[in-house]
Design a protein around this ligand. Structure first.
Ligand code: C5P
Length: 433
C-alpha cells in the first residue's frame, strides 16, 4: 500500500459540490476552501433552496468559478450545460443534502440542475445529509437513504448533536474536515493493495542525429491516468515514461526515458517482483540503423533513412515473465476487434484495451492528446466495453478490471506463470457508480 492520506488523494481531482437548502449551507463554504487546500478543483451547483441561505457570490469567490444554478439557462448551456457538467468531475459531493434533495435523488428526478447532473453522471457520488432529527428519522427518509445506498451512493454522516432548530439527535452536517476526508476515501479502492504495477507511457524518441529524432503524438495522458488510478487502488507504481509534459501523479515513482531501447531496459530493471505490467506507451516500431554523430546537413536532394525494428517491450515482458499479468493497448483505425484479438494472441498478453483513433473513430474524439476516450477490453475468453469518459475515469474502470482479472489469472497460474488446468470464468463488464 502506498502511504497517501485520504485527503491527499484529492490533489488534482475535479470535485462538483452540490449545495442544497439547509441552514448548514454556510458550512459548504468551508468545504470548498478545504477541498481547494487539498489540491482539488471545485465547481459549485446550488439549488434554489440553497440560495435562500447563502449568496452564490460566496461560492464563486471561494471556488474561483461562477456558480451553476439553472437547468435551462441559455448562457450556462452555451458555457457548460448539464451534460457537460455531469461529465466534468471525478466525484460529486452534495453537502448539505436536504431531505427533499435525497427524496428527489432516490426518485431519479431531473427537475433542477443539481438533480439532473447527478442523474446524468456516472462518477462516484457522496451525499452529506443535514436536516431536522425527526425528518432524518422519518421512515420515508430512511427508505430513500437505503435506496441510494443500494445504488452505490456514499453516505457521509449525518452527525448527532444539538441542532439549529433546537432539537437534539442525528441530522447535523458532518464537519468539513470529516467531509473532505470521507470524499478522499472514494478514491481509495484498495483493489490493488500490496501489488506492484509497472506502467509505460508517452511516446519514444529515436535519434537520427544529435538534434533530430523520430517521434509520435502520444501525450502520455492515458498511461499517467492509469498510473494514478493504480496508485489510488493501493498499488506501488513505477511509471516509465517517454518525453511528455505531464506532472508525476502523487505516490508514483517515475523513470524518464527517451528511446524504445532505454524504455525496455528501464522496464526490465523494474520488473522483478511485479504483479502487473501495463504497456500504455506509444513505442516507436522502428529506429534509425545508425545515428549520425553530427547534425545531418541539407546538401542532397533526397535523404534515405534506413530503419530497423525496435524490441516489442510488451511481448518481451510477457515472454520473460509469464507470471506477470500483462495489459496492452491497441489503437486502431479499422477492424478494432479483429486487430485487438490478434494482438492479444500474438503478444501472449492477458488483456488488451482497444480504442479507435483517427477520423473514422465512431465514438471518441479519440485522437492523441484528448481528455476523453472510449475503450473496448478483450481477454482470451471475454470482453467488455467502457463508454466515452474522461481518461481518469476510464483508467479507474480499467484498474477495476485488471484487479478482477488478476485474481482469476493468479488462480490459473502457478508461481512461475505455468498455466494450470483451469480456464478462468467469463465475466461481463462491471460498471462503477
Ligand atoms: O503492436 P502495437 O504497437 O499495435 O501494440 C501496441 C501495444 O504494444 C501497446 O500496449 C504498446 O505499449 C506495446 N508496444 C510495446 N513495444 C513496442 C510496440 C508496442 O510495448 N515496440
Amino acid at each position: 500500500m502506498n502511504d497517501l492520506s485520504s485527503s491527499a488523494r484529492l490533489a488534482g481531482k475535479r470535485i462538483l459540490l452540490g449545495v442544497t437548502g439547509s441552514i448548514a449551507a454556510y458550512k459548504a463554504g468551508e468545504v470548498v476552501r478545504r477541498l481547494r487546500e487539498a489540491g482539488a478543483e471545485v465547481r459549485v451547483v446550488m439549488t434554489a433552496g440553497a440560495m435562500e441561505f447563502v449568496q452564490p457570490l460566496t461560492f464563486q469567490a471561494l471556488s474561483g468559478h461562477p456558480v451553476h444554478r439553472d437547468l435551462l439557462d441559455e448562457g450556462a448551456e452555451a458555457g457548460m450545460g448539464h451534460i457537460e457538467l455531469a461529465r466534468w468531475p471525478d466525484a460529486i459531493l452534495v453537502a448539505p443534502a436536504s431531505a427533499d434533495f435525497l427524496a428527489r435523488l432516490a426518485q431519479g428526478r431531473a427537475d433542477d440542475l443539481l438533480a439532473a447532473v447527478c442523474l446524468a453522471s456516472t462518477v462516484p457520488l457522496a451525499v452529506a445529509p443535514a436536516m431536522n432529527a425527526k425528518m432524518w428519522e422519518n421512515p420515508a427518509t430512511a427508505d430513500n437513504v437505503r435506496t441510494l445506498a443500494g445504488r452505490g451512493v456514499v453516505l457521509l454522516g449525518p452527525a448527532a448533536g444539538e441542532q439549529a432548530c433546537g432539537e437534539t439527535g442525528a441530522g447535523r452536517l458532518l464537519e468539513p474536515p470529516a467531509l473532505v476526508a470521507g470524499l478522499g476515501e472514494l478514491f481509495e479502492s484498495g483493489l490493488l493493495a500490496g501489488r506492484r504495477v509497472i506502467v509505460t507511457a508517452g511516446p519514444t524518441r529515436e535519434a537520427i542525429d544529435p538534434v533530430r529524432y523520430l517521434g509520435n503524438r502520444s501525450s502520455g495522458r492515458m498511461g499517467f491516468a492509469l498510473a494514478e488510478a493504480a496508485a489510488e487502488a493501493g498499488a506501488q507504481v513505477t511509471l516509465i515514461s517517454g518525453p511528455v509534459s505531464l506532472e508525476t501523479p502523487r505516490g508514483v515513482t517515475r523513470v524518464d526515458v527517451e528511446s524504445a531501447r532505454e524504455m525496455l531496459e528501464a522496464v526490465l530493471a523494474a520488473l522483478p517482483g511485479s504483479d502487473v505490467f501495463v504497456g500504455a506507451a506509444a513505442v516507436a516500431d522502428y529506429r534509425p540503423v545508425a545515428v549520425a554523430a553530427d547534425k545531418i546537413k541539407k546538401s542532397a536532394e533526397r535523404l534515405t533513412l534506413e530503419l530497423e525494428r525496435n524490441p516489442d517491450i510488451l511481448a518481451e515482458v510477457k515472454r520473460r515473465h509469464p507470471e506477470i499479468f500483462c495489459v496492452g493497448f491497441a489503437a486502431e483505425t479499422t477492424d478494432l476487434e479483429r486487430h485487438a484479438r490478434e494482438k492479444l494472441a500474438r503478444k501472449g498478453v492477458d488483456l488488451i484495451a482497444a480504442n479507435w483513433v483517427g477520423p473514422a473513430a465512431p465514438e471518441a474524439d479519440g485522437v492523441f492528446g484528448s481528455e476523453t476516450n472510449a475503450l473496448r477490453l478483450f481477454w482470451p475468453d471475454g470482453e467488455a466495453a467502457l463508454p466515452l469518459a474522461s481518461k481518469a475515469r476510464l483508467a479507474r474502470q480499467l484498474v477495476e478490471h485488471v484487479a478482477t482479472r488478476l485474481e482469476a489469472f493468479r488462480q490459473g497460474h502457478d508461481a512461475r506463470g505455468k498455466v494450470l488446468p483451469f480456464s478462468g470464468t467469463r465475466d461481463e463488464g462491471r460498471g462503477t457508480r
